[in-house]
Design a protein around this ligand. Structure first.
Ligand SMILES: Nc1ncnc2c1ncn2[C@@H]1O[C@H](COP(=O)(O)OP(=O)(O)OP(=O)(O)O)[C@@H](O)[C@H]1O
Ligand SMILES: [Mg+2]
Length: 372
């Protein structure tokens, strides 16, 4: 895979590319996995050797304490109160559900909360918890007040979810041993613990599961100022000098998403080291991001290709999704899940009953004259 591809690929709205979400143990000193790496453990990164240094960098850039986190002030304030209250009562923190688009800090919260509480965390992934037995090692390993983090919790199948109900509510699981007439139920008492769930699809969670979380937090987009702040902090961690205008360029092209700001910064660093003796300024930052096809609004090649097709072939629309997809030779699902959300959010595209329509803003951005 080409080097640039790694930087481009980690777009939060491009599903399944969350490099660091695949490394949830994140080098946390207090992170703990049950023995024998249970099946819930996330898969290794797909892209082989090239992903390794990236994962390490991700760990380096991920905030370790709540005070190192930028933005999400109201979420942090509420969590601090809940942590404070739980600690003063000597009880485990209530179960917490984080939802929001990729790359906004769900896993980060799941690692800083146990750090604030001075407790251990086990990391699981909903996709790996295929049968109740996959959940057991995690539950039997919880220590008093510790955290069990289940990422992509919407992917936990119903049969496993039902075990979570009693575990969350009564700190108990009922295991059925044997079958037929010999079947008997074993009640296992668990230590009081905190479940932290994360999902990009809160709507896919069943109501009984959702309602068992005492605290539910939605993570929203970051402002440019917050992203600039993240870029500055991370530049320091990477020992590179980034001035305000350069940080502002990265922030503007990062789609309101910290993970993307980090990826852009890493590419700018490489570019500057290779082409400008390590010096990062606004011009170099722009040239670096232009080179990988990230434009001033943060659109990438595929986004621009979509708008270009809509304007050139369909005269700006309204055009049906399938027609656009066929012309671009990509699947409609890909466009709907990966390309359109950011275009809609940026008000470059509208979805009408008659089809997709490019907005005047899109024409301006693509420097094309509006049709009459
Ligand atoms: N509030 C924040 N302050 C500073 N950096 C942040 C913040 N939130 C996220 N980041 C950075 O962005 C990266 C991605 O965040 P994180 O992995 O927590 O996202 P996520 O919501 O779990 O995404 P996914 O849904 O893809 O798993 C982190 O490694 C961290 O470096
Ligand atoms: Mg994550």
């Amino acid at each position: 895979m080409a080097r640039e591809a790694i930087y481009q690929q980690s777009d939060p709205e491009r599903r399944g590319n969350a490099l660091d979400s695949q490394n949830p143990s994140g080098g946390e000193t207090n992170a703990k996995r049950p023995p024998g790496k249970p099946p819930g453990a996330p898969p290794a990164t797909a892209s082989g050797d090239e992903s390794r240094p990236r994962a390490e960098v991700d760990v380096k850039l991920r905030p370790r304490r709540m005070d190192e986190m930028v933005g999400q002030r109201d979420v942090i304030e509420r969590l601090k109160i809940a942590i404070d209250a739980a600690q003063s009562r000597g009880e485990p923190l209530g179960h917490i559900l984080f939802d929001g688009p990729p790359g906004l800090g769900k896993t980060t919260f799941a690692t800083v909360i146990p750090a604030e509480m001075n407790t251990t965390v086990q990391m699981a992934n909903g996709a790996g918890l295929r049968a109740p037995k996959d959940l057991l090692p995690y539950l039997t390993n919880v220590s008093e007040g510790s955290v069990l983090f289940i990422d992509e919790i919407h992917r936990v199948p119903k049969a496993v979810e039902e075990y979570l109900y009693t575990a969350m509510e009564d700190y108990r699981i009922d295991v059925v041993l044997g079958d037929g007439v010999n079947a008997r139920t074993l009640n296992l008492e668990l230590k009081p613990f905190t479940l932290i769930g994360a999902t990009t699809r809160a709507g896919m969670l069943s109501a009984p599961l959702r309602d068992r979380f005492q605290i539910r937090e939605h993570l929203g987009w970051y402002t440019r100022e917050e992203l600039s702040e993240i870029v500055h902090r991370n530049a320091k961690k990477l020992s590179i000098k980034v001035d305000d205008p350069s940080a502002a360029v990265i922030a503007a092209r990062s789609r309101s998403t910290p993970r993307l700001a980090n990826n852009r910064l890493l590419w700018v660093r490489d570019y500057a080291q290779s082409k400008a003796g390590g010096k990062v300024d606004q011009e170099i930052t722009r040239a670096a991001l232009d080179m990988i096809g990230i434009d001033a609004l943060g659109l990438d090649k595929q986004d621009r290709n979509y708008l270009d097709t809509l304007m050139r072939v369909f005269l700006g629309g309204p055009a049906g999704l399938d027609a656009i997809a066929h012309t671009m030779n990509v699947s409609g699902d890909t466009l709907e899940d990966e390309v359109e959300p950011f275009l809609l959010r940026s008000e470059l595209l509208v979805r009408t009953r008659r089809g997709r329509l490019a907005t005047p803003g899109a024409y301006e951005h693509m420097r094309r004259p509006m049709p009459d």
